[in-house]
Design a protein around this ligand. Sequence first.
Ligand SMILES: *Cc1c(COP(=O)(O)O)cnc(C)c1O
Length: 417
Amino acid sequence: MDYKYLPDMDSEVFALIKEEENRQRNGLEMIASENYVSPAVLEAMSSVFQNKYSEGYCGKRYYAGNEVVDKIEGLAIERAKKLFGCNFVNVQALSGSPANLAVYFALLNPGDTVLGLKLNHGGHLSHGHPINFTGKTYNFIQYGCKGETGIVDMDEVEKLAKEHKPKMIVAGFSAYSRDFDWVRFKQIADSVGAITFADIAHVAGLIAGKAIKGPIEAGFDVVTTTTHKTLRGARGALIMSKDEEAAKKIDKAVFPGLQGGPHEHIIAGIAVALGEALKPEFQTYAKQIILNAQKLSDELLAKGFNIVSGGTDNHLIVVDLRNKNLPGKEFTDALDKAGISASASTVPNDPNPPMKPSGIRLGTPALTTRGMKEAEMIQVAEWISRVADDMENLANLAAIKQEVETFAAKFPVPGIF
Ligand SMILES: *Cc1c(COP(=O)(O)O)cnc(C)c1O
């Protein structure tokens, strides 16, 4: 971005922005939940919508002067409906976790029984982890992957549903590389009269880009997503619902239940991103993300890495490092020194505690945004393998970092120029 005022008005903040731009440009961003938004999204996010209080919803605001805000929020809603084929959308939740809280607050009572995927099998904190508000407030029963397969055990989901008669079943994940069986989840939920809630925070962009199937076409009642992961928009969330009664409860839960004024400048940035996702190019992008993840997975398998579930159907892979004797955290630190950003991750039935996980999670959304394709994934796998071969050797890591920087310079980052 070109900065006109900051360099003079606040050189300290400006210098830090430049420092972060360099970090983002020089390294390889492989954290599966991250991406680079377009300059158009960045511009909308820094617009004067920032200045406006707009508590309430379109046509029903508490303060005056919201006639234009109503149009921008309405546009974001219309675009989300078109993109995902849903009936009702709330675009005000401030991020993915608050969006999930709003869904629970709207549709459950404290103490109600809910099924969710275990954190260390790829779930999210907000799916009922004991340290999270959700786990403390609702009676979460957690399902997981089958043995060492790394695949969600749908028979266990069915068994737990029959046994516990949950009010809601949550389907969704943060570190899981296989297609979710939305149809089977819906069948199981219907058989016990449970509400179906899907959290597609990670794969929303792949679903929007028609590269994989989503829960809305499977008939889910409620679907949340972040807007900043594969969907590549401003940081926020969408809450989509099928029927009007649920939609009304959800709106009330977001405001006045949990939040005050929505962030309309961010909603403007989300509207721009949704507009981008409606274009045919986005479908090409979504498909390429998956091709890249699959190529990366194949290359790492060939180098002796153990990929949880043996591969991927989406944008991420979880690498089980136990056979290489590399602790996940130390390995991500070494990768970082070599210019590659990744996150440590538990693996299903991880024998180690969550702060010392046995794996890492790698994603391709950000690299794909930079225009990288399968050929580049071969190179990336090579560097990851070289880091693994000599993780303690700082000279090795520094040499790789040099190569990474030269390589990365050939792939411009949107919004950084
Ligand atoms: C990232 C994520 C969230 C949380 O989103 P935040 O915007 O970080 O609050 C919720 N659910 C899932 C499945 C996620 O992957």
